[in-house]
Design a protein around this ligand. Sequence first.
Ligand code: ADP
Ligand code: 5GP
Length: 213
Amino acid sequence: MTRRGLLIILSSPSGAGKSTLAKKLMGWDPSLTFSVSATTRKPREGEIDGTHYHFMDEAAFRDMVKNGKMLEHAHVFGNFYGSPEGPVRAAIEAGHDVLFDIDWQGAVQVKHSALRDHVLSIFILPPSIKELRRRLVERGQDAPEVIRDRMKKSWDEISHWDGYDYVLVNDDLETTFEKLKTIVSGERLRLVQQPNLSPFIRQLQEEFEEAEA
Ligand code: ADP
Ligand code: 5GP
């Protein structure tokens, strides 16, 4: 393994664009793994079980939590959401980054987990509240009362902006995406992400001593 994987957390108020950015990031680097969350919410049109979410009932969800199978979990918009831990550990140990589309409550838990040294958290803001509403409406996935509910929750989510490593204002999509790629590329070079550095340094030392002898 030449490097360890990062746990890349993307959070934002609903509609700010984190799913769009996550999809673009996966297209940019197909080795990225998406952490497929478990949820008790009903699938939206077009959502595939096992791809977008693991859809399950509350009893099955509670079972996973009880058996310690969730890296984090939270109650959002009246439903339970959680990140199964097994696939995350396997991916980062194999040197693949894992992308999380989770809320601030989940981000806090992952940042305090045993994997905390490998977490990169990024918060996505909308350029304005008016634009946030426009995007939610334009997405056309939720009924008007659900959109009202999501807008009400938006400020709560936004108020946690300062608990993240990076904050991006998603005005122009391509510009935001460029910044996101820059952040990920840089963070991959963190010392803790490069487990092969110690043996490499030892090798350099041997070469140095040989050359000096
Ligand atoms: P989230 O995952 O944060 O809830 P989405 O990624 O589903 O949000 O984006 C909500 C809507 O806004 C989608 O229709 C998406 O195409 C659109 N969108 C995302 N980013 C931008 C942007 N920078 N400019 C304009 N529209 C955007
Ligand atoms: P949606 O229902 O729109 O797919 O997601 C609603 C909210 O739940 C979003 O803010 C999303 O980031 C969050 N969410 C999705 N999966 C998880 C998860 O596994 N854990 C946590 N804490 N939040 C999640």
